[in-house]
Design a protein around this ligand. Sequence first.
Ligand code: PLP
Length: 440
Amino acid sequence: MSPVTVSRALAGLAAEGLVVTRPGAGAFRAQPRASAAAAGDTSWQEVALSADGAADLVPRSVDASGVLVSLAAPPPGVIEFNGGYLHPCLQPERAMAAALSRAGRRPGAWGRPPMEGLPELREWFARSVGGPVSAAGVLVTSGGQSALTTALRALAPPGAPVLVESPTYPGMLAIARAAGLRPVPVPVDADGVRPALLADAFRATGARVFVCQPLFQNPTGAVLAPERRGEVLRIAREAGAFVVEDDFVRRLVHEDAGPLPRPLAADDPDGVVVHVCSLTKATSPSFRVSALAAHGPVLERLRAIQVVDTFFVPRPLQEATLELVGSPAWPRHLRAISADLRARRDAMTAALRLRLPELALPHVPSGGYHLWLRLPEGTAESALTAAALRAGVAVTPGRPYFSAEPPAGHLRLSFAAVAGTGEITEGVRRLRTACDEVRG
Ligand SMILES: Cc1ncc(COP(=O)(O)O)c(C=O)c1O
């Protein structure tokens, strides 16, 4: 080779970083660059996961912490006042096992179900919602979390505002943020969402969606007052907006509750409501069967998103649901948890009034599985939660339930996930210790 060719080749290799030339000494093989990743180094992912979002007008944020609080098991010996589901001793374990084993033997149980769900199951959900909801308007989904995700993705494009109750379920706020939506809080009082503020929020934001829990709201336990029900639907209708009704604990009604109001969807002839209901709260977190109910063109949108995201709910689980809710054990189970939850609620309320009178309990709910307490001014919520854990009781801090600045510190205490009333009394005693520690 001519010297010119060699020097051109070296210049090319130097430009690619493969050799370094040192005048007067020669050309040498370059050391691998320091930034070249060692095998197994995943730090590149930090850039990859954020780089595209940098230009987003409304950044998506995927944060599971608010959801994990009620899903994660507490350390051994710690009393679980932060659980979101029934303790195994309250779950219909035998009835579920029997239903699953009968379901597995049903003809075609392992085949492909219709995408919208088994017709008999859609029929059952439609009957339990009532009003104008028909089986044709029901989609069987995989738990409330997935149904809410489908509803929000179907109804609002990334960047859109979505009106939410304040306070509200952090898992729903997480869904909204992960979909790039902007949650806008509308305050709730003892009678549910405040209609005048809802109307203001629609006017101010132009939102097309309002997410509402009219029955035993999480976390306040409020029930939407009868005179507000029609008003909420009218305000949404006038704003050209949908109401996503998260009817998550209808089956966790306490024994001493009066007659329950119907779902909002049952009183909605105009297709304003997209109704979500789930069986997990009355069974087990693993019994992930739920439904979306709607009518009008929105149904096609919901169906499309659900099929694209998850295809369908596994057929054996749908068959097991039919077996379970059709068995004599089902109404017996619902009656039993109704009595049990009332006893637990009363035990927790009594223990709190006795030992922690400084924690305000503005509302004692007649359904659901938790109490919502307001902390005295000046109590640091996070310090108290940490002290409680040290004292052996896991409680849920109020902050994640607010999509904006909270008006005060709060705690949510669940009475369903513990083994019984003895644990409730002991848990409250431990919380007393924690409060004393934080107060100094
Ligand atoms: C208000 C509310 N909606 C929906 C859900 C989702 O529950 P699941 O997905 O188990 O049905 C929860 C769970 O805690 C909840 O509190």
